[in-house]
Design a protein around this ligand. Structure first.
Ligand code: HEM
Length: 408
């Protein structure tokens, strides 16, 4: 039993927590949906109920910086800090409003619709390769890591042959993104990684300047930079590197979770095979059932109160997206994977001003993948019911998923 006054510690290296995070989230939600915690040495409030998390996300008073212009000390003062300080998820209004307005049109459903042909080609090309295999395949390494990398490269006009190398460097940035204490070696690596991406994307934008329209994510930002007032060169490059970072890991995890969930729920897999028009709903249910990003954070604005608990201005809030998505007060039978669910307004993409900009692209990818998966791999089976998982608190993921694409 947990009381609101207890300090809760979520330890991702604890095998019991890692094996069933949802059991821990459930206990908290039932006893203390707004609980004291410590995350990376910082006092925080841990929120696990849908209503509380949604309220914190939607409150315009809350911010992503503790005070305007203040950033965590652990990011240092080099290129990694520059990346952190100008990235959309770490910026508040008015800069956030300006950046978001510039980047948003290229991700509107109308613009994303125009990406369909090449997104489809990449996703289906990967599935065709899997369908040829009659051995054991690690879906994470052989599909989920590759396909989002190819999509991210195509989005940014980077050559597909760079996909593996460019995206393999991504974990180098994690230490600054995770808000925690980091070693000087990790910071040095994060700085080198950030500089690598600045140079890499800097070259691409210089090559593409003048060649793209405003319906293209890179083109829209290049046009804004060109008039000299709306966007600086640093903001341009950081925002585009941010697209790599934001789209790659989340999509890799979501694709892996989808295959795991559907292979374990063969009734749902058959249902999807019989009615491919359910693919979009199946992707949403996958995101609700296992949110790829378990936590985001905010700093409380003045006068915040959550479920009767007064929160002081500037206090850190750790918002449990995966926990909120299994709240029985919001979703009937929350622990059941059910693609027929009505009103599936999950929080995997969050809500409010920082709502995932790439959600329409992710939805397109998910719909294509899940429409074609049962057609191309009708006998798909898992090798292990309990695959290994990484121990990161925020980015919980299956690290290896052995499947038999054509059945065992
Ligand atoms: C299943 C896939 C995805 C999931 C689960 C996901 C989830 C998220 C989450 C949790 C946030 C943080 C929002 C917040 O702090 O309130 C976010 C932000 C963001 N995502 Fe996604 N994302 C996905 C795919 C993508 C893709 C494909 C892109 C394409 C570039 C993208 C671009 C972004 C951007 C630019 C932001 C920052 C938005 C802002 O702060 O205004 N995401 N996403």
């Amino acid at each position: 039993m947990t009381n609101a006054a207890d300090v809760v510690r979520l330890d991702p290296s604890d095998p019991a927590f890692s094996a069933d995070r949802h059991a821990a989230y459930r206990r908290l939600r039932e006893t203390a949906p707004v609980a004291r915690t410590v995350v990376n040495g910082q006092d925080s409030w841990l929120l696990t109920g849908y209503a509380e998390v949604e309220k914190a996300l939607k409150s315009a008073k809350n911010a992503v910086q503790p005070r305007p212009g203040e950033f965590p000390a652990h990011i240092g003062a080099g290129p990694a800090a520059e990346f952190y300080r100008f990235s959309l998820p770490n910026v508040d209004a008015p800069a956030h409003t300006r950046l978001r307005k510039l980047a948003a049109p290229a991700f509107q459903p109308r613009s994303v619709k125009r990406m369909r042909a090449w997104v489809e080609e990449i996703i289906l090309g990967g599935l065709d390769e899997l369908a040829e295999r009659d051995d054991v395949v690690d879906f994470v390494r052989e599909y989920a890591m590759k396909i989002p990398a190819l999509i991210a490269c195509r989005l940014l006009h980077a050559p597909p042959q760079d996909a593996t190398t460019v995206l393999e460097r991504m974990p180098g940035l994690n230490a600054v993104l995770s808000q925690g204490d980091i070693t000087p070696e990790q910071l040095a690596e994060a700085d080198a990684t950030a500089q690598f991406y600045f140079d890499y994307i800097g070259d691409i934008v210089d090559t593409m300047r003048g060649k793209l329209g405003d319906d293209d994510p890179v083109g829209a930002l290049l046009l804004a930079e060109a008039d000299g007032e709306r966007l600086s060169r640093t903001e341009l490059v950081v925002t585009l590197v941010g697209f790599f970072v934001a789209s790659y890991h989340t999509t890799m995890v979501a694709m892996t979770n989808a295959v795991y969930a559907l292979a374990r729920h063969q009734d749902q897999y058959r249902r999807l095979a019989e009615d491919p028009s359910l693919a979009g709903a199946a992707w949403e249910e996958n995101l609700r059932f296992e949110a790829p990003v378990h936590f985001v954070w905010r700093y409380a604005g003045a006068g915040t109160e959550l479920s009767g608990t007064p929160i002081r201005e500037g206090e850190h809030l750790l918002l449990g997206l995966a926990a909120a998505n299994r709240d029985p007060a919001r979703f009937a039978r929350p622990d059941t994977f059910d693609m027929g669910r009505a009103d599936n307004r999950h929080l995997a993409f969050t809500a409010g001003g920082h709502f995932c900009l790439g959600a329409p692209l992710s939805r397109l990818e998910g719909e294509i993948l899940l429409r074609e998966l049962p057609r191309r791999l009708p006998s798909l089976e898992l090798y292990a019911d309990e695959p290994p998982r990484t121990t990161d608190l925020t980015f919980a993921m299956i690290s290896r998923l052995d499947i038999a694409p054509r059945g065992r």
